[in-house]
Ligand binder design. Structure first.
Ligand SMILES: Nc1ncnc2c1ncn2[C@@H]1O[C@H](COP(=O)(O)OP(=O)(O)OP(=O)(O)O)[C@@H](O)[C@H]1O
Ligand SMILES: [Mg+2]
Length: 337
């Protein structure tokens, strides 16, 4: 049975179409990763699943319950750790957890026991009685996580739980997430860190522009692509024209598949080769045409290749595009003033 089952979710914010028919099926006990660039619709999806936001259309079943008709029952099953939380600055972390426990109607005994266990597990005892206003980013994330776990939810939904954390805090949160999965919790985690999704997920979906564009286990997604990845840069690359010329040249080499021009950080070509020995043929061809090879690197397919294959751009390019758009909007607002 699927613990989370959404069908054809559509959601707009005014003119912005955030979700354009999103389908997601998550099996029981699965640690499921949602990977996508800024603005892909991750938070919107998660907020709908947690019943904090209603879709314009589509279906949502959580543990077999229709979330749109019976949000209260769904909330009992779900723990949600939001991407950005406004934590009260005056309360201590412990007081905040106590409030959270009251929201879920835990009795006093249960409440203290649960809070103490979470404090110990997340190593929060040194600072949990300090005011939240004094916490670092990592401390706040841990507190958020503890708050989401207070009622032992069957389904845990985490929106970018490790963003901005140092490596140590990140890996301790990763470990906890895996432990919870091993104990039977179904977990959905969103991230735009490839390595996070790759390390954690049993299954994953790549979402882009409001839709799921690839789905499966990370291994399966990479295998499907087949072949080794090669990045080629020649010294003469300076324009789109030049890169198109080299592209055509490279395409004519036997055993080369899928050549894509990559524009980030100057021009380079991303290509897929069938076998190792194609690399030599490729190098010779480029040299014969009197281009100087600047870099030629080879690697096994990565999740970024999966993303590139599905969308025609790398995850980094997609993020750059969104931040450029934001900057342009800011500039035009400023110039209107
Ligand atoms: N309250 C809102 N009002 C207007 N537009 C919104 C609102 N919330 C989200 N959007 C827009 O909807 C789209 C999807 O946003 P969403 O927050 O779901 O993306 P995301 O994948 O979580 O991105 P990020 O990685 O930056 O957190 C974006 O274009 C965003 O600008
Ligand atoms: Mg988000």
């Amino acid at each position: 049975m699927h613990v989370i089952d959404t069908q054809e979710l559509v959601k707009s914010y005014g003119p912005v179409k955030a979700l354009k028919g999103l389908n997601l099926q998550i099996p029981k006990g699965c640690l499921y990763g949602l990977l996508g660039p800024n603005g892909a619709g991750k938070t919107t999806t998660l907020r709908i699943l947690c019943t904090l936001l209603a879709p314009d259309s589509g279906k949502v079943l959580i543990a077999g319950i229709n979330a749109l008709q019976d949000p209260r029952s769904v909330r009992k099953e779900i723990g949600y750790v939001a991407q950005e939380v406004a934590i009260d600055k005056i309360l201590s972390g412990r007081e905040l957890l106590q409030l959270q426990a009251d929201l879920y109607h835990l009795n006093n005994l249960e409440k203290e026991d649960r809070i103490n266990k979470l404090i110990a597990r997340l190593q929060m005892s040194e600072w949990i009685d300090r005011r939240c206003g004094t916490y670092s980013g990592g401390m706040k994330r841990k507190l958020d996580l503890a708050a989401g776990l207070i009622h032992k939810p069957k389904v845990l939904i985490l929106d970018e739980p490790t963003v901005g954390l140092d490596i140590e805090s990140r890996s301790s949160i990763w470990q906890l997430i895996k432990e919870l999965r091993d104990q039977g919790t179904t977990i959905l985690i969103s991230s735009h860190y490839l390595e996070e999704i790759e390390f954690l997920s049993d299954r994953m979906a790549i979402i882009d522009d409001g839709r799921v564009i690839a789905e499966g286990s990370p291994e399966h997604l990479k295998q499907e692509l087949g072949g080794d990845r090669v990045t080629l840069k020649v010294r003469e690359f300076s324009s789109q024209d030049e890169s198109e010329k080299v592209k055509q040249l490279v395409q004519s080499v036997e055993g080369v598949r899928q050549v894509v021009v990559n524009k980030s950080q100057g021009y380079s070509l991303n290509l897929v080769i069938e076998k190792e020995e194609v690399l030599n043929r490729l190098r010779n061809k480029v040299l014969e045409a009197e281009y100087q090879v600047f870099t030629l690197t080879q690697s096994r397919p990565s999740l970024d290749d999966v993303y590139l294959q599905a969308t025609g751009r790398t995850l980094m390019d997609a993020e750059l595009a969104v931040s450029t758009q934001r900057d342009l909007k800011k500039e035009s607002k400023q110039s209107m003033r």
